[in-house]
Design a protein around this ligand. Structure first.
Ligand code: BV8
Ligand code: ZN
Length: 249
């Protein structure tokens, strides 16, 4: 018997929902990368512990202190560079075999879903490995660890992280694909997100409006827990493999 808070019957119910679905959409947040050693944003020991989001993840913060913002991103890039996908990421790759359509919509910028082998990943908040020049708008992948703080473009402009900050629009085409995946799915898995940040968190009510069943996997209850069909409490790296094993038979 697994030592999770989740009782076997709830796992079986969730697996039955998954087995009955043709199309699955998965929304993930920082919690799915926690067991890869990447701190979450708002939990104990979270990334934001020493700063408030408004201090660092905004265009205004970057404008006023690009060095500080880059020091924070450089620190995260070093962590992510050492991180490996965990059993939770890998379970989603295996789950792909059971569905004609499985889209992973992630708020994470760490790239671990792609690294694990997920075929269809929508990074709605961008990627920590992409950068964009604030002057000529050129953008490219820059995997230097450490990276100069701030890096400069060949045109002399200051380069920023290729992520979506608070107050910035999400990449239109990626966001549109995420909304399409949600409106077409029969089941939505919500894994490791506090469901506080919008518009990403709005994908859960959107799934319900389009009659999808929603399963949440989280170590705690969240703002969405009362509105999902099944809430599985425990770490994603333990629960997702258990779910996948019960999907196979
Ligand atoms: C925008 C990228 C408008 C950078 C991030 C309503 C509608 C639209 C916008 C808003 C709205 N209300 C408020 C807003 C404004 C704002 C917002 O949502 N604010 C919040 C704080 C209220 N939203 C925006 O500004 C968005 N932009 O709306 O623009 C616009 C439109 C047109 C034109 C111009 C402008 C942009 C939001 C994106 C911000 N960027 N990140 C970076 O990463 O550095 S947000 C940041 O939070 C990360 O992306 C992160 O993924 C995201 C969400 O956090 P979580 O992933 O959920 O992480 P968290 O730590 O909170 O939770 C972890 C969870 O895991 C917990 O529940 C924990 O219990 C669980 N857990 C822990 N361990 C485990 C686990 N679960 C399972 N297993 C474990 N082992
Ligand atoms: Zn440039």
């Amino acid at each position: 018997m697994n030592n999770l808070l989740v009782r076997e019957p709830v796992l079986q119910q969730a697996a039955a929902l998954l087995r009955s679905a043709r199309s699955l959409a998965v929304l993930t947040g920082a919690g799915i990368s926690a067991e890869s050693g990447i701190p979450t944003f708002r939990g104990a020991g979270g990334l934001w512990k020493n700063f408030r989001p408004e201090q660092l993840a905004t265009p205004e913060a970057f404008e006023s202190n690009p060095e500080l913002v880059w020091e924070w991103y450089d620190w995260r890039r070093r962590l992510i560079n050492e991180a490996k996908p965990n059993a939770g990421h890998e379970a989603l790759v295996i789950l792909e075999q059971h569905f004609s359509a499985l889209t992973v919509i992630t708020q994470n910028v760490d790239g671990l879903h792609r690294q694990a082998g997920s075929a269809s990943v929508l990074e709605v908040h961008g990627s920590i490995w992409r950068v964009r020049c604030t002057k000529c708008r050129d953008e490219w992948e820059d995997r230097r660890v450490p990276i100069p703080c701030p890096p400069r473009c060949k045109c002399g402009g200051i380069v920023r992280p290729g992520v979506v900050w608070f107050g910035e629009a999400l990449p239109m085409s990626v966001w549109h694909s995420a909304e399409c995946a949600i409106s077409q799915c029969d089941v939505m898995l919500v894994v490791g997100t506090s469901a506080i940040v919008y518009p990403a968190a709005g994908l859960v009510p959107l799934a319900r409006e389009t009659n999808a069943r929603v399963i949440e996997v989280n170590t705690e209850r969240t703002a969405m827990s009362d509105s999902v069909d099944l809430a599985l409490t425990g770490p994603a790296a333990e629960i997702l493999p258990l779910l996948v094993n019960r999907c196979a038979h």
